[in-house]
Design a binder for this molecule. Structure first.
Ligand code: FMN
Length: 430
């Protein structure tokens, strides 16, 4: 079945697994965001890689697009916004970098964005509190990309409504000095606003893993350069496709349509987060109604919502500890074949449990925890990778098995119960 028909048939099922509150804030279906990429030539006036055509293709596939307008003249911003609107895209962002822009031009760009009623302004590099406040006061949502916890605090205090945490793996302008997997949890620990993650995201497994870690979505830059709609030079697109392994770039192997690329990534991410309980029904039976139902907790003797949410959070924090440990170990024990493949399998499972638990919490109207269980610190203190993995497995198996056995008889909802039972069986198999 062609990807578009497959999406039409199964889209609701995928959307339910991927949807996060940030989607409602931005006004998109999928938590996948096109980075506001400029032309990287320092000239201005030629248009960014993230042009109206690319932002429109991303929005039409369900994601959210930023126009890369750094150092671009106001006339071009107006043209690009008009082109996006003519393509039927109402929700989009304009990306600017204050410190890279001459002050008079920056002031004119910001005035134009306000005047055009652009819904979202994306900012990067220095955090400029007075600029954020001004734009928020004018009614726009500010999305600030940061490369440190300090910058995250300052941006949020000034009124940024969404943070993008950039890891050192990112392409283009890189503010961060830490890998994404390190910096993201540090920012999540204190952020009160939704957090997106950027840096090296090139497939659905990356997206699912970032969602499992607590990000509400992923920002894609390089992965959308080699698309028909991007304004990157043909030579740049070719270099991205030909690159062997540069930040995930090795996984971009052809110039494709941006919508197709986004739908592929979304489908892979949903597939990775899916448990057997999420199995889509036969295509002819699919309808929005059957996926929209909430978890039901109606029996009198069932666990109350707050206690259920606390238990699901505890399971989530444990699964997240395993995801984080397997990620850092995969990076540090390169080459050790057996341990590597065990780590990859373990991570896949734990990402799936995170997805199932977060979907359950979201469906109950509860906010999923962004914390990580202290198992992580305990296991991380063991120096030998094999022993560390064994200790983590023992600890996870003991804790999760005990919690799941106690919880399962009290859960009324069939889908949640099936998902938790699948998790328990996996731990019992060891
Ligand atoms: C070619 C290119 C140009 C970029 N230009 C900008 C920019 O103008 N403004 C901005 O906020 N970020 C810019 N970035 C960084 C992105 O916002 C984002 O952090 C990065 O693309 C994420 O990493 P990835 O490329 O591995 O997906 C650029 C990235 C690339 C690859």
């Amino acid at each position: 079945m062609p990807p578009d028909e497959l999406h039409a048939a199964h889209g609701n099922w995928q959307d339910r697994l991927l949807h996060r509150p940030v989607c409602d804030l931005l006004g998109c279906r999928l938590p996948l965001v096109l980075a506001g990429m400029d032309g990287m030539d320092g000239m201005g006036g030629v248009g960014g890689v993230a042009c109206a055509e690319l932002a429109a293709a991303v929005a039409q596939a369900g994601g959210f697009g930023f126009l890369g307008m750094v150092r671009e003249p106001v006339a071009l911003i107006r043209e690009e916004v008009a082109q996006l609107r003519a393509a039927g895209v109402a929700r989009f962002g304009v990306n600017l970098i204050p410190s890279a822009t001459e002050p008079a031009l920056l002031a004119a760009q910001v005035d134009a964005c306000i005047d055009l009623r652009a819904p979202v302004l994306g900012l990067f590099w220095d955090v400029v509190p007075e600029l954020i406040r001004r734009v928020v006061d004018a009614g726009m949502l500010v999305v600030q990309q940061v490369g440190s916890v300090d910058d995250a605090h300052r941006a949020e205090a000034a009124g940024a409504g969404v943070l993008v945490v950039q890891g050192v793996e990112a392409g283009g302008h890189v503010r961060a000095v830490q890998p994404l997997v390190q910096l993201l949890p540090e920012v999540l620990a204190s952020a009160r606003v939704p957090v997106l993650a950027a840096g090296g995201v090139s497939d659905g497994a990356d997206v699912a893993t970032l969602l499992a870690l607590g990000a509400q979505g992923a920002v894609l830059g390089t992965a959308l350069i080699a698309t028909h709609e991007s304004f990157a030079h043909a030579h740049h697109k070719r270099r991205v496709v030909e690159a062997d392994a540069w930040q995930g770039v090795g996984r971009v192997d052809a110039v494709v349509g941006a919508g197709e690329q986004l739908r592929r990534i979304a489908a892979e991410a949903a597939q990775m987060l899916r448990t057997a309980a999420d199995e889509p029904p036969p295509i002819e039976l699919s309808s929005p109604v059957c996926y929209a139902r909430e978890f039901e907790l109606t029996r009198d003797d069932a666990i109350d919502r707050a206690s259920l949410a606390a238990e699901l959070d505890a399971l989530l924090e444990g699964a997240r500890a395993a995801v984080r440990l397997t990620l850092s170990d995969c990076a540090s024990v390169e080459g050790a074949g057996d341990v590597q493949s065990q780590l990859a399998t373990l991570r896949r499972d734990e990402v799936k449990w995170c997805g199932m638990l977060m979907a359950a919490l979201q469906s109950m109207g509860a906010e999923a925890s962004t914390r990580t269980s202290p198992f992580l610190a305990e296991a991380a203190s063991i120096t030998d990778p094999g022993e560390r993995l064994a200790a983590l497995l023992r600890r996870r198996q003991g804790d999760a098995t005990q919690r799941l056995r106690a919880l399962l008889p009290q859960v009324v909802d069939e889908r949640l119960s099936d998902g938790l039972a699948e998790m328990l069986r996996a731990y019992q198999r060891g």
